[in-house]
Design a protein around this ligand. Structure first.
Ligand code: AMP
Length: 364
């Protein structure tokens, strides 16, 4: 039996920083285990608050609110990676914060993240630190074109990025990233993007789900498909990489690891990690007995991890903007899980829900 002597009993309260759909689905999974949730988010009316036991609406630097939150919960976790490190540090003085400060620091900064992978001998795109136009010119000499300039912090869904096809475009790219500290990444000629959702418990046990193959539209995840279509050997390599990263970070919780499969060689290159449940793991709600959301709750509450085995093939489609208008037709589909996030306004680009279609297992 794994050592989970520190397990929080049912009735305990999990504090969650962030109030989006990931927090919402975490709260729903917690409820199934008899755990309570308390959402902390800066915006009123957040979607996670609709299904949580308690909500604090306050800024991430509101020390009094953070202290009251820490006193009201048994453990703190988060549903997005840009929680200020000072917020996490303040909370950690009062209550366990899982995953811990190291995972946050590495995942928040693309330079730290790439350097961390390099130190572990894990492949990434070639990269260089860029603090100004002179660095950028030198980095372009070293890395060549095409390349991608990415802000070190706060980029997501392709935001804070500029592609550079030739050196003449360097100044435009520097303007596009608003002169923020950045890295220049060499272009990876990939044939597919895959991701592994990995969990690690407080006793160091790990459990990795089958990799998903991910397709994007307008830089936003559109489809995740499992099985990925890659061989057992490549899938095992991807899972092993994710487990190694989690162990090295002394991670507790669920993490998403995004990888490129390089064309021709089929080498695996880590693109980025997300220290939280991940959009490309939503399929686990229908495809596995224990979803990524329940797994995260189990890990942060110090419970034994569930099996990551899947029992079905699955394809998850994000419902972006007005895709959600077809909810009634989708609700009538067989073997399909429909998830609507309870958000009001279906603005273009906004994740309004997702749908997972399952079919009997073809491999595995
Ligand atoms: P990111 O925000 O780093 O996940 O990048 C967003 C998307 O841009 C990725 O999902 C890829 O499709 C593409 N991309 C990012 N970095 C690279 C790279 N070094 N080479 C090729 N494509 C990339």
């Amino acid at each position: 039996m794994p050592d989970t002597s520190g397990a929080l009993p049912p009735g305990s309260t999990i504090g969650i920083l962030g109030g989006g759909q990931l927090g919402r689905m975490l709260a729903m999974a917690a409820a199934r285990l008899g755990l309570k949730t308390h959402i902390y988010c800066p915006e009123a009316g957040c979607t996670a608050a609709q299904v949580a036991d308690a909500t604090t609406i306050a800024a991430y630097d509101d020390e009094a609110a953070l202290q009251a939150f820490a006193a009201a919960v048994d453990v703190v976790t988060y549903e997005f990676e840009n929680v200020p490190t000072d917020t996490a540090a303040l909370l950690a003085r009062h209550v366990p914060v899982r995953p811990g400060a190291r995972a946050l620091a590495v995942a928040q900064d693309r330079l730290a993240e790439k350097s961390f992978m390099g130190n572990l001998g894990i492949k990434t795109a070639p990269f260089a630190d860029v603090t100004g136009p002179a660095d950028l010119a030198a980095a372009l000499d070293e890395i060549g074109t095409p390349a991608i300039l990415k802000t070190r912090r706060l980029g997501y869904d392709g935001k804070g990025q500029a592609r550079i096809n030739d050196k003449a475009a360097a100044f435009d790219a520097w303007d596009a990233v608003k002169h923020q500290a950045s890295i220049l990444e060499g272009f990876v000629n990939f044939e597919a993007e895959i991701s592994v959702i990995v969990a690690r418990g407080i006793d160091g046990t790990t459990a990795a789900y089958d990799p998903a193959r991910n397709d994007h539209e307008n830089h936003i995840l559109s489809l995740s498909t499992v099985p990925s279509g890659y061989s057992n050997e490549i899938e095992a390599k991807a899972r092993a990489l994710a487990e190694k990263i989690a162990a090295e970070l002394d991670y507790v919780g669920v993490m998403g690891v995004e990888l490129f499969v390089v064309a021709d060689t089929q080498d695996l290159v880590v693109n980025e990690i997300a220290p939280r449940v991940h959009n490309s793991g939503h399929w686990t709600l229908e495809g596995c007995t224990v979803s990524q959301f329940e797994q995260h709750m189990r890990a942060v509450a110090g419970w034994p991890l569930g099996s990551p085995e899947r029992h079905s093939d699955a394809q998850m489609t994000n419902l972006i903007g007005d895709d959600v208008d077809a909810w009634l037709e989708m609700a009538a589909e067989p073997n399909t899980g429909l998830h609507l996030y309870g958000k009001g306004d279906a603005r273009p680009g906004r994740k309004m829900g997702h749908i997972t279609r399952i079919t009997p297992m073809t491999t595995g």
